[in-house]
Ligand binder design. Structure first.
Ligand code: GDD
Length: 315
């Protein structure tokens, strides 16, 4: 069994590669030109790496001719919501074109690969109070260009399943965190600031954005297990929420992380961290996925944050 992970050097990609190797699955992955290999350096002897720009259809087709994967985990994307306001066109091109080229390569080469498309809870957007925890059937009311790009990825997956019968499974993953989380995302950003303060690398002021937002966090190690199970057990053409079902205010993320530190820290709002529009609440109902696979999260919110802090302390 051979798996292809697009964006293998990313936060989720690196954890997924580790997990699939543990399951004796052969792993290939794509990176971009000049990508950092920091998260996968320890895996290099065991994986096949392809430098492949997904925006280039010929490059994707050539890579797919060489890999001919049984399983495709399509993770590569511009995944930071605020960047999508600064660069909406880039976000669309990156997230949508890359996927089209991948699915086109599967079609042209006549492959029967099972494909997982990493969609996002951000697609739900403006969720009403009486709609939580949200089910897959909830209306989509996107409020960021990133969310729109993910809805496009989602429906392209549906369309390729319907039109060409490709074995496509879409997962709508809610927020996830844990070791190696990119430093721009809230959990990692706060953890890194705490560690820099502890080490005397910056004054004892921790900058924050909107602390009122509520999110549903799953540990990345639970998420990659879910991705493996999705291609093992889920039905083609379907979409599944992957979530913990628990809601935390961002303020609580901050308090939990601060609870693991003895440093004296002042909190200050940084206006540049506020978004033109911010999804107020996201909590997911993952019962459809649980029913199909038996999956449930195993690593607690607190454990995940503690491990993240430990990661930054040893970086
Ligand atoms: N990044 C960041 N930095 N966010 C902050 C900060 C800060 O200093 N302070 C408060 N927040 C708030 C944001 O306004 C948002 O409401 C929440 O913390 C989470 O922000 P992010 O960690 O940047 O994640 P996200 O919810 O925008 O998106 C993540 O989850 C999606 C799934 O719902 C990303 O991982 C997406 O790629 C993913 O699709």
């Amino acid at each position: 069994m051979k798996a292809l992970i697009t964006g293998i050097n990313g936060f989720v990609g690196s954890h997924l590669a580790e997990h699939l190797l543990e399951q004796q699955i052969e792993v290939a992955g794509t990176i971009r030109n000049h990508s950092t290999l920091q998260h996968i350096r320890h895996l290099l002897p065991d994986i096949h790496l392809y430098e492949c720009e997904l925006r280039d259809p010929q490059a994707v087709e050539q890579m797919m001719i060489e890999v001919r994967p049984d399983l495709i985990y399509h993770l590569a994307a511009q995944s930071f919501v605020p960047v999508s306001w600064d660069s909406p066109a880039e976000t669309m091109i990156n997230n949508i074109l890359g996927q089209i080229h991948l699915l086109e390569a599967v079609r042209k080469l006549g492959l029967s690969s099972k494909v997982l498309i990493a969609c996002s809870s951000e697609e739900y957007g403006q969720v009403e109070e009486d709609e939580v925890p949200v089910k897959e059937t909830n209306p989509l009311r996107p409020i960021s260009p990133y969310a729109v790009s993910k809805i496009a990825q989602n429906y392209l997956g549906y369309q390729y399943y319907k039109t060409f019968g490709q074995h496509i499974i879409r997962t709508r993953t809610f927020n996830h965190t844990g070791p190696r989380r990119g430093e721009q995302f809230v959990t990692s950003n706060f953890a890194k600031q705490i560690v820099e303060i502890e080490m005397g690398l910056k004054p004892p002021v921790l900058y924050v954005g909107n602390l009122d937002a509520q999110r549903d966090f799953t540990d990345v190690r639970d998420v990659v297990r879910a991705y493996r199970m999705a291609l093992q057990y889920c039905e083609a053409g379907e979409i599944y929420n992957i979530a913990s079902g628990q809601c935390h205010e961002i303020r609580e993320v901050l308090q939990t992380l601060l609870g693991y530190s003895t440093a004296t820290i002042t909190i200050e709002e940084d206006k540049s961290r506020l978004r033109p529009s911010d999804v107020k609440v996201l909590v997911g109902d993952y019962s459809k996925f649980h029913k199909q696979t038996g999956w449930k999260p195993e690593i607690s919110f607190e454990q995940s944050l503690e491990d993240l802090l430990r990661y930054w302390r040893t970086e």
